[in-house]
Design a protein around this ligand. Structure first.
Ligand code: BGC
Length: 673
């Protein structure tokens, strides 16, 4: 009987279609729609993805804030009380994060964005002093409170080595240097001090730390990572998160002196082929899952244990599929297996790299994969429009949107945003801490502890470093000796960073001068010329600033800057010409990773890896001329020739390695235990 009804229905449908009007796409839609209707008469349920119209209050309806504004209520109850009153438009607006440079406070009031960011190098149009920041951030935060529901704005920034966009903030060594310190308590203090400088300007969220573990230093983001070793990444990551957020389970956790951290970039970004930034990992998803199980997921498990509440997705692909559209990774593994209940944020315009041919399809792919908050910096209006349409059409379910919004609200409630007093007393108190002496002291200590002594040969009875302390007439060579910008590297004031006097701080030569000026003669030379009267030489050289893909190198190019190569050749010639082989020549490398220095090693009696130390150059002088000794150890394997990178973790590769991971010397020339 049922069968007959179906046949009749299809017959009627065919007649309708034949006599019906319309052509092309319009006609096909009519067919499909009618067929669906016919089949539905057979008792088939409506396709699940067709969403019911909204039955929540609309704009203009009176809002009941009594539960969700009540700090005494349980967070989950507050979330539901708020969510139940949100329109679809308000929900999808919570899911977008524009760049501050592209919005006005009226946009915030009109749309009610969930979050705003200042990307690398983005500063307020009124100026880059802490006061300008505070004014701009608070203006946007205040606008969010004027929306119908008054949901507070979550403001994010890349404070990856201090509040590095802001002029005058203390800049700490990049993570690669911190990974050499062996001092987790220090890393925690850095997180705490950096958090204060972020909170000082009203910002509650840092996109840090990076939990990548680079396998190939050709990758331009190597310096953003602590180590090539997973256990080390987990330990340092935890310490930094604890510092940023305060220890989970204590009163300090996410209080008004701390910021939300962000574990990024999920997951496995250090494993791309040839170390290419945003590149591909040529493995099947199954192989990659095994890699995760073998330990690559561990830094994230550790971060989650430490109470991290936000995770940023990586730009790279696995087997050609971008992580931003990888539902298996984000929904099944992170939110499912790892039980993550915080929010997942996409990377900068990250969904615009997805396979979907239209932006709307990319929005769908990102939401469907499980991303909650979309860093869609300038196309936020389209994002809101398409996300809404996708739900109305049934391509995205209301449950998916609710899950994302719940997570965003959860993080806001947990971080105390609903109770936050804009520009309150604590913030004012911390404004005085931006660039404070106390914070500079912490950074200086980090510089001292991050230095790794790679070579310290004997000159007569003493080691080169002991001889340097006795020298009276010291020549400091190289432009990087007085280059604050290069010493800070990328992510400093501007996104890429730049050479020169870019912020407040002390260059290496200023640090040296302030320590020895009274007892010794000191001179500086850019070209590597040594004078007859010099009895000690310090040479500072390495890489110039770069960021992300701009720092990618081929193995053949993983070396110091051309200008520094030239300077070292001059130095070699100058030393030979003056026959000054008996004076200590100390090389200091400023670089974001192990670079090829093999052919220059013979010029130096001692070599120090200083990484990207940040604004406190005195830390270098403290160890060269003060009572401090070297304690830093390499957290990366240093190849003689980067072209042998593939051999790095293979057995029997000893002759290919210049310095093993864990290596470091002291002033006596002894290998550190
Ligand atoms: C980087 C992220 C960063 C984001 C926001 C992206 O280019 O990959 O690490 O958090 O920009 O500035």
């Amino acid at each position: 009987m049922k069968r007959w009804r179906k046949v009749i229905a299809l017959f009627l449908l065919a007649v309708l279609v034949t006599v019906g009007c319309g052509s092309g796409k319009e006609k096909m839609e009519t067919e499909v729609q009618s067929e669906n209707e016919a089949l539905n008469q057979e008792g088939r349920t409506q396709p699940e993805e067709l969403n019911e119209p909204e039955d929540v209050p609309v704009e203009g309806t009176e809002v009941d804030k009594s539960v969700y504004m009540d700090a005494g209520q349980d967070v989950e109850i507050r979330i539901e009380a708020l969510l139940a009153q949100m329109t679809l438009e308000e929900k999808v607006a919570q899911m977008v994060q524009p760049e501050q440079a592209g919005i006005t406070s009226s946009d915030v009031e009109q749309y009610g964005f969930g979050s705003v960011l200042s990307g690398g190098g983005s500063s307020p149009s009124s100026g880059n002093r802490p006061e300008n920041w505070q004014e701009r951030v608070n203006e946007l935060k205040a606008a969010a409170l004027n929306t119908r529901l008054g949901i507070p704005l979550l403001y994010g920034i890349d404070a990856v080595h201090g509040n590095n966009n802001v002029y005058g903030a203390v800049i700490y060594p990049h993570n690669i240097g911190l990974g050499a310190t062996g001092d987790l308590e220090l890393v925690e203090r850095i997180g705490e001090a950096a958090a204060e400088e972020v909170r000082a300007v009203g910002i509650q969220w840092t996109f840090a730390p990076t939990l990548g573990n680079p396998q190939n230093e050709c990758w331009g983001r190597t310096y953003e990572c602590f180590s090539e070793d997973l256990e080390e990444v987990s330990k340092y990551g935890r310490a930094y998160i604890r510092g940023f957020q305060g220890e989970a389970g204590t009163e300090k956790y996410l209080d008004e002196y701390h910021v939300l951290a962000c574990a990024k970039h999920f997951v496995g970004e250090g494993y791309t082929d040839e170390g290419v930034n945003q590149g591909n990992i040529s493995m099947t998803q199954e192989e990659f899952d095994l890699l995760l199980e073998s330990g690559v997921i561990d830094p994230y498990t550790a971060a989650l244990d430490e109470g991290v509440r936000t995770v940023m997705v990586s730009f790279h692909s696995i087997d050609g599929v971008k992580c931003h559209e990888n539902k298996h990774l984000i929904t099944d593994i992170l939110k499912g297996e790892l039980g993550f209940t915080g929010l997942v944020v996409s990377d900068y315009n990250g969904i615009q790299q997805l396979s979907g041919v239209t932006y709307k399809e990319q929005v769908r792919q990102g939401i469907d994969a499980g991303i909650d908050l979309f860093m869609e910096v300038y196309v936020w209006e389209d994002f809101i429009k398409y996300a809404k349409e996708l739900v109305e059409e049934g391509s995205i379910s209301k449950e998916q949107i609710d899950d994302a919004v719940r997570r965003i609200l959860r993080v806001k409630f947990e971080a105390g945003l609903f109770e936050e007093e804009i520009g309150g007393n604590t913030e004012q108190e911390m404004l005085n801490q931006v660039g404070s002496i106390e914070h500079r002291e912490i950074a200086r200590e980090a510089v001292r502890k991050s230095l790794v002594l790679l070579k310290n040969d004997k000159i007569g009875e003493t080691t080169a470093l002991q001889a340097l302390q006795n020298a009276q007439n010291i020549r400091v060579c190289g432009q990087k000796a007085y280059d604050l910008g290069s010493q800070c590297g990328g992510w400093t004031i501007s996104w890429e960073g730049s050479a020169g006097n870019i912020t407040k701080g002390t260059t290496i030569i200023e640090g040296i001068a302030s320590q020895i000026m009274l007892e010794k003669t000191i001179s500086h030379d850019l070209k590597g010329e040594v004078l007859e009267e010099n009895d000690g030489v310090i040479v500072v050289f390495g890489e110039g600033p770069y960021v992300e893909s701009g720092g990618d190198r081929t193995a053949a190019d993983l070396k110091i800057s051309a200008a520094d190569e030239e300077m070292l050749e001059n130095l070699r010639a100058s030393l030979a010409q003056k026959n000054r082989q008996d004076i200590p020549v100390i090389g200091i490398i400023i670089a974001g990773r192990p670079v090829n220095i093999t052919e220059y090693m013979d010029i130096f009696d001692a070599v120090i890896m200083a990484w990207l130390p940040g604004t406190e150059g005195e830390g270098v002088a403290d160890v060269l001329f003060g009572d401090f000794d070297f304690t830093g150890k390499l957290n990366f394997t240093w190849m003689k020739n980067p072209e042998d990178m593939d051999e790095k973790f293979k057995e029997g590769n000893e002759d290919k390695i210049l310095f093993v991971r864990g290596f470091g010397l002291d002033k006596n020339g002894d290998i550190l235990e």
